[in-house]
Write a protein that binds this ligand. Structure first.
Ligand SMILES: [Zn+2]
Ligand SMILES: [Zn+2]
Ligand SMILES: [Zn+2]
Ligand SMILES: [Zn+2]
Ligand SMILES: [Zn+2]
Length: 305
């Protein structure tokens, strides 16, 4: 519209003042681009007579705003933002609404135990509002009972029931591998058996001697006692050897005891002779035979102590 008005005005003036009858040939130049705040200007100039007119491009009104947060909103207070047009510098501000929810962070923790619940406390960074959550009790976490310990809670140490005890019968417990071998008790047992064996052998010799002394020939009671004592001696040595069992440590003791059992059995055989005097001498000879072995065994057992 402006363009037309300007053109008509120019033509009118031209005709009136100079009577020029130029057939204009206009060329345009952009004097100013339109922006959000100012209109644009395009200038037309006739290449023949320099007649001019301007054309105007309306301002866009499209500001290029970018926002800057001055204050961020919280759960209890509004925020504040300023917007500024990067082209013309026009500004306006705006309040931002409060947050709908609190911004909680963990404030403190009380851990739960096996039997009591714990708590987790939170605090709002915006308004200090607080809330707590319950941490449920964990319950006991029991390990299985073992030979030496009952069921035990891994966390608090509480026990339940009793230890299982070792599976006995062998040198070691098949469940836990513990050594069940009580060396001193084995030694004491062997020592007691062989000491009794020696006594019974001596008793046997004495009974045969009494049998001979009493009757001049034989006495059935003393002979029976003597034979019984011989049997008991043999049993004691046998038991001493059995006590050694399969313990490698007692292998040498056991082999000596087997030798004594052999000697004792031979002596019993000889002592079975009806002549009490011969039996007495046979046993004494057997005792003489056994004697160095007993010394040997004594030394070995003392060495094991
Ligand atoms: Zn012209
Ligand atoms: Zn602007
Ligand atoms: Zn809050
Ligand atoms: Zn527990
Ligand atoms: Zn065990």
């Amino acid at each position: 519209m402006k363009k037309i008005v300007a053109m008509v005005t120019m033509l009118f003036l031209c005709t009136l003042l100079s009577g020029c009858a130029c057939k204009h040939t206009f060329e345009s130049v952009v004097v100013r681009n339109a922006s959000c705040a100012e209109c644009g200007i395009i200038r037309y100039t006739c290449t023949k007579c320099n007649a001019q007119y301007d054309d105007y491009v309306p301002q866009s009104g499209d500001h290029k705003y970018s926002a800057k947060e001055i204050l961020s909103a919280t759960c209890s207070t509004q925020g504040f933002k300023i917007y500024k047009c990067s082209t013309c510098g026009k500004t306006y501000s705006e309040k931002t609404p409060t947050n709908a929810s609190h911004t909680y962070v963990v404030d403190s923790i009380k851990e739960a135990t096996c039997t009591t619940s714990g708590t987790k406390s939170y605090k709002c960074t915006g308004c200090n509002a607080k809330k707590t959550e319950t941490i449920p009790a964990t319950g006991h976490v029991f390990s299985d009972a073992t030979c030496t310990a009952p069921k035990t809670c891994k966390n608090c140490g509480k026990t339940e029931g009793n230890a299982l005890g070792h599976i006995t019968g062998g040198n070691t417990c098949p469940r836990c591998g513990a050594s069940l071998f009580n060396k001193q008790s084995v030694i004491n047992t062997i020592r007691a058996h062989y000491a009794n064996g020696v006594n019974e052998l001596s008793n046997s010799a004495n009974y045969y001697k009494k049998a001979w002394d009493t009757s001049g020939i034989t006495s059935d009671n003393y002979v029976r006692e003597a034979r019984d004592a011989m049997a008991r001696a043999s049993t004691h040595f046998q038991n001493a050897a059995n006590t050694c069992g399969n313990y490698p440590e007692f292998a040498s003791v056991k082999s000596e005891l087997w030798s004594i059992i052999q000697v004792a059995n031979d002596t019993v055989g000889k002592a079975g002779d009806p002549s009490s005097s011969q039996a007495f001498f046979a046993i004494n000879s057997g005792l003489n035979n056994i004697s160095p072995r007993l010394t040997n065994i004594t030394n070995m057992i003392n060495g094991l102590r």
